[in-house]
Design a protein around this ligand. Structure first.
Ligand SMILES: [Zn+2]
Ligand SMILES: [Zn+2]
Length: 335
């Protein structure tokens, strides 16, 4: 079968490998769609530092929707032929984080598409406990991107950011995650400011319901961009510049949630942060329970992920387009 594998830092390509077999507690999925994520670029380029050092070679792809092709021993309650999404942050199942439902913080987890083979392939083997059934009205591609592009935004806004109705929320970066974040924040009663350097993405954020849309150069400390203070800033980019931008935007007593992984370091204006009681919070992916909620939100039309599908053989082309910033929504690859 075909698989897009990271063979060495910077060496990512489609190769032929043998089809894997499900072991105990595992399931073989025929991949129906796998979402392309910006974090894959940072992984391919080796930019994420030691925390993200991967066992190579590995098949990337952590946003997966598939159909059950084979069920390994010791698996129950999984139906052959049925569509499932993969909760990619699935942990060891035994540590204190996993036992409290916070698999995304597991220190010995086998993150799918990073620490074990993922979904840029014809087939993928995953632990059965990573699977959640896909509602009938949700497409393969929507289901795939739900697992990260939508889940990560939901977790950042609701679980980490503790968004309350009526708050002013700034979303920095309106690519795949940001488009979900705008829709979720609006659905939960926020007044939303969207920021992006790209005019087309700004226009799209407006179409998705953002109350105000600006470029980063339009942000000046003390100049109001919404009719209320910005209580919550979600930085989906994560450069040193966007971290400073977040500090310019946030109101006294506000929260900054860091999601994007573009830089390993940035500057916190310590005296301002202390005086203004700012909270700077990290947010990583989401939980299995939240993924079930996110699938329901998509099924009910509360969130509509913008996703285009392309054949798996074109993966390197789409990696380059994502790198060049010319992909407007999310791309899902179909084997
Ligand atoms: Zn991702
Ligand atoms: Zn664990």
């Amino acid at each position: 079968m075909r698989a897009a594998r990271l063979l060495a830092p910077g060496d990512f390509r489609l190769v032929e490998v043998s089809r894997p077999e499900p072991g105990h507690g595992e399931v073989l999925l025929r991949v129906l769609a796998a979402g392309l994520c910006h974090s894959d670029l940072h992984i391919v380029d080796g930019e994420l530092g030691d925390d993200y050092r991967l066992p190579l070679p590995v098949t990337l792809g952590h946003e997966i929707c598939g159909e059950v092709a084979e069920i390994g021993p010791g698996v129950s309650a999984i139906e052959s032929g049925r569509r499932y999404v993969v909760f990619g942050a699935v942990g060891c199942g035994a540590c204190r984080y996993c036992r409290s439902g916070r698999d995304n913080l597991c220190v010995s987890g086998q993150t799918i598409g990073r620490r074990r083979d993922g979904g840029y392939a014809d087939f993928v083997v995953v632990p059965a406990r990573a699977l959640l059934p896909v509602p009938e009205t949700v497409s393969d591609a929507e289901a795939a991107v739900a697992t990260d592009a939508v889940l990560t935004s939901y977790h950042a806004l609701l679980a980490v950011g503790r968004l309350r109705p009526g708050e002013g929320v700034a979303i920095i970066g309106v690519g795949g995650l940001g488009q979900s974040a705008v829709q979720i924040a609006k659905a939960f009663g926020a007044v939303v400011l969207a920021l992006d350097t790209d005019a087309r993405k700004r226009a799209l954020a407006g179409e998705l319901g953002a109350d105000a849309v600006v470029g980063p150069q339009e942000v000046c400390p003390g100049v109001a961009l919404l009719d209320r203070p910005v209580d919550l800033v979600v930085d989906l980019v994560g450069t040193a510049e966007t971290f400073l931008l977040a500090q310019d935007l946030v109101a006294r007593g506000g929260r900054i949630v860091l999601v994007g992984l573009a830089s390993t370091a940035g500057t916190l204006r310590i005296s301002v942060a202390a005086r203004n009681e700012l909270a700077v919070l990290g947010s990583a992916w989401g939980t299995r329970e939240e993924l079930a909620t996110v699938l329901d939100l998509i099924a009910r039309g509360v969130v509509r992920p913008r996703v285009e599908t392309h054949p798996l053989v074109e993966i390197l082309t789409w990696v380059e387009r994502l790198r060049a910033g010319t992909v407007e929504g999310r791309v899902a690859l179909v084997p």
